[in-house]
Structure formats: C-alpha cells, structure tokens
Design a protein. Structure first.
Length: 126
C-alpha cells in the first residue's frame, strides 16, 4: 500500500489537479477534506466540469467538481479478500480508507507480489 497517496485538499484548485494529472503516471487525483476521502478528479472530470463550461481552473475548487470514488477498500480488510475484490472489479489501484479517512492506495500488482511471497513453497520430494 502506498501510505501517502498524494491527494489534494478540497480547497485546491482545478489547475493544481491539472498539474498533477499532467504526469502520465497519474490517472486520478484523490480529493480529501481534513483527511477524509470525498472524491476523485480525473482528466475527464476537468474537461467536463471545468473546460466545457468555460470555468477558470485557477478559481474552481476541487470541492465543486470532485466525483465520488468508484470503489474503496476498508483498511481492516483481509489481504486475500482485498485481492479478490480488485480482481472481481478489474481495478489496478484502489483507495484504502479507515472510517472514511484516506490511509493509502492498494495496488493489485503489489498485492499479488506480496501474496506470492507469503505462500509456502511446496516440499521437495526425495
């Protein structure tokens, strides 16, 4: 799990989110209010909620445009159960919350590696 997901506060501007999203590795910006996950902003969000209506990205707060997160996992969830949920929904990365507070992001690839490390090797036959 990534402990510091690098989200933005609801008071941040759409321009700040756009700057984060200019990095090709960043697909979404998590929006928090006092540590609580309140939404997500993507490039699509910026286009439909800021550019298309002609709003000024410097003065548009993320609170106004953030979309609810599609899916989250609870921090207390068992790793096997979390992996099954990621597989079932075909998600690569999902925000992890504890009582609504953002605590990190879980990556399916990293989780798969971790689960493989935890597996006991089969005993060698004589």
């Amino acid at each position: 799990m990534v402990p510091e997901p690098g989200g933005l506060d609801v008071t941040a501007s759409a321009q700040e989110a756009g700057e984060r999203l200019s990095d090709p590795a960043v697909r979404a910006v998590l929006v928090t209010d006092d540590g609580r996950l309140v939404g997500v902003v993507t490039r699509k969000t910026l286009v439909s909620q800021v550019v298309a209506p002609g709003l000024d990205p410097r003065s548009t707060n993320l609170k106004e445009i953030a979309e609810p997160p599609l899916f989250t996992l609870e921090a207390s969830m068992d790793l096997d159960e979390a992996f099954r949920a990621l597989e079932e929904h075909d998600f690569e990365r999902v925000p992890v919350v504890e009582d609504g507070r953002l605590v990190g992001i879980l990556s399916r690839t990293v989780l798969l590696r971790r689960l493989a490390e935890d597996e006991q090797p089969a005993p060698l036959e004589p």
